[in-house]
Design a protein around this ligand. Sequence first.
Ligand code: C5P
Length: 308
Amino acid sequence: MRRVTSHSIEVAAPGKVNLILRVLDRRPDGYHNLWSVMHTFEFADTVVVEFNGRSGIRLTCEGADLPTDSANLAYRAAERVLARVRRRKGLRLHVRKRLPVSAGLGGGSSDAAATIQALAALLDTGWSRSEMAQLGQEVGSDVPFFFYGPTALVEGRGEQVTPLQLEAERWLLLVNPGVAISTPWAYERLAAVRAGQVGRMPGRLPRLAVDHGVEGPQLVKWHDLLPLIENDFAPVMEREYPVLREIRELLLTRGAQTAMLAGSGATVFGVFGNERSARIAAEGLDRRSGWKAWVTRTQWNPAPVCLG
Ligand code: C5P
């Protein structure tokens, strides 16, 4: 978070991948219970929040043609914060969009979380992470996670977030074939496919090998997590869009330790041990018509070193 002036703050809004995404039962409120390990990476949007003397919220977006009213999650987040603090301040919100939209990378949710964080700081609300996450939950299911990143186990509709520590860093190659997948549609497709599979038993949830010996968030190692990476949307979306499977297989042949669909798609990520191998694997990918590729490093907080 960077305070630009006394009434303006700039916040990075990183994207995420779901290293594991299990979609469980459909709930009476229409949402699905989830069991997901989510992890942020450095490639990010930027959100700038500034109070001005006017009234109302004015949102501008650079880098993507997005709605600038309450259909935009950042706008909705700002509305919620102002309603909660009962302030009718004039506000300018500017989103520098880099993350692809409707891509499974959580860009809109991260912009919303960044907006809440920036406003809470500017207004000096003193809100805790969990208070901000509760507000975020009203804006979207993926928003609470971003207050607990870089890594967390996410359950319920998305509101039950348990921070994890994932050691150490990896490099991701993100490839998007230029297809936009709407999240509600993806959930509907998944539910329809499951409804046709009579007698299907829900698979067992993976067991995370965690190190209980450490203080703070439980420690998970990439080495243990890599074989567990899966996404319930992947087989369904790969059938809808065979190009997604083509990309996943291409990433594997180009040396990815694993490759998987991000969220409900349509971005596919490959995991690499270092930057060089990710960049070599990326070569030429964005020459394919409509395809875009990005190399980014995963975020992680090294545990504080105990000097005693
Ligand atoms: O909460 P959000 O607005 O991001 O969710 C978008 C849609 O995705 C919901 O309307 C619902 O159809 C689906 N969804 C779900 N279960 C979740 C999260 C989202 O069914 N846990």
